[in-house]
Design a protein around this ligand. Structure first.
Ligand code: NAP
Ligand code: G4F
Length: 324
């Protein structure tokens, strides 16, 4: 019998990459989407998956929709990728962020506990939970949490709820604590896509500059296609556990900008970037850098795409997209 997987957040960035991987491995994949007046299938289409993933309706804020779904589908694995995932909006929409990212996880875990306790559960946890905390400049599974945004706080709740369902009820639940990962499917409001889209527009004469916020923040950036492999590996491990996933390298936003402009032959990038206070945050996470040695040792996971390759891939994809 083919394994079945339910992926929430199927229309976002990670959902389609994960669906592709699981379909290649022979899974039947269900994708949870909320109700739309006009569904946006762009990311699924980009990977040629719009006809192979079976879309099911539901919403993380609606407990009964999740109870029904788990009762009917009883998937082998649930990958909970759905979230209000944009840190910048989480101050103004703190309640909604909490309802989706925290309570939504509780509803989903309860649905599994009641109707399909053998289902394995993956929780999309995040390096934002570390916030200000680090150990000698790095973050790993033993680093304390000091979240800096309502988003980070909402994810600390879901992290611990995921651990608690494992400890209380013996469910197979696992947290992937993923550092920033990007791709041509990244939402346009996140800084990497905003930069690569802006650079592509400047190259094609469609824009003159890019307005950004804090250029000094440092992130550990990788490629989403590599990171979904880590999600899959965590779910195949003999015992459920929690893993930090990242590249181990950190770069300032300004370095990303510099490399992206270099891809179109511009070296004096400062002339094309304006600083706009609207894109600065009430509290910043200044430095993220993963120590992902546990994932390497226990899962055999390592990222393949380098930072430079990622920037190039995203700039090229945006130029191509705009030329169309
Ligand atoms: P994304 O592109 O923002 O996708 C999130 C998806 O969740 C969207 O498709 C969204 O639907 C869906 N969603 C939001 N609210 C929902 C609700 N109430 N019910 C059902 N679906 C809902 O995020 P991503 O980059 O793929 O990230 C996937 C997950 O990993 C997220 O949980 C994120 O917080 C976490 N994470 C991401 C990173 C990263 O660097 N990308 C790092 C660490 C952790 P719509 O399409 O309708 O908006
Ligand atoms: O691209 P960002 O919005 O991503 P952020 O806040 O690091 O969050 C992403 O990664 C998390 C994992 O660590 C995920 F959990 C989360 O869901 C999301 O995927 O911002 C990156 C950095 C920040 O320091 C921000 O202040 O870029 C800085 N920045 C500078 N100018 C900007 C801008 N960010 C955005 N979005 N827009 C700007 O104009």
């Amino acid at each position: 019998m083919a394994k079945t997987a339910l992926i929430t957040g199927i229309l976002g960035q990670d959902g389609p990459y994960l669906a592709k991987l699981l379909i290649e491995k022979g899974y039947k994949v269900y994708g949870l989407m909320r109700r739309y007046s006009q569904p946006h299938m762009g990311n699924l289409k980009f990977l040629g998956l719009d006809k192979t993933v079976e879309l099911v309706e539901g919403d993380l804020t609606d407990e009964s929709s999740l109870l029904n779904l788990i009762k009917i589908v009883r998937p082998s694995e649930v990958y909970n990728l759905a979230a209000q995932s944009f840190v910048g909006s989480s101050w103004d929409q703190a309640k909604l962020t909490t309802e989706i990212n925290s309570l939504g996880v509780l509803y989903l875990l309860n649905s599994i506990k009641f109707f399909s306790p053998t289902t394995k559960y993956y929780q999309a946890s995040t390096s934002e939970m570390f916030g200000l905390a680090n150990d000698g400049g790095y973050q790993d599974e033993n680093t304390n949490f000091h979240p800096r945004s309502p988003y980070g706080i909402s994810k600390v709740y879901s992290y611990w709820m995921t651990v608690n369902f494992r400890e209380s009820y013996g469910l197979f639940t696992t947290n992937g604590i993923l550092f920033n990962h990007e791709s041509p499917l990244r939402g346009i409001q996140f800084v990497t896509r905003k930069i690569t889209d802006g650079v592509a527009r400047i190259k094609l004469g469609l824009a003159e500059n890019i307005a950004l916020g804090n250029l000094d923040a440092k992130r550990d950036w990788g490629f989403a296609g590599d990171y979904v492999e880590a999600m899959y590996l965590m779910m195949q491990a003999e015992q459920p556990d929690d893993y930090v996933i990242g590249s181990g390298e950190t770069h300032a936003v300004s370095e990303f900008v510099k490399l992206a402009f270099a891809e179109i032959g511009i070296t004096d990038w400062e002339k094309y970037v304006t600083i706009d206070a609207r894109f600065k945050r009430p509290a910043e996470v200044p430095h993220l850098q993963a120590r992902a040695s546990k994932a390497e040792t226990k899962l055999g996971w390592k990222p393949k795409v380098t930072f430079q390759e990622l920037v190039k891939m995203m700039v090229e994809a945006d130029i191509k997209r705009l030329q169309k």
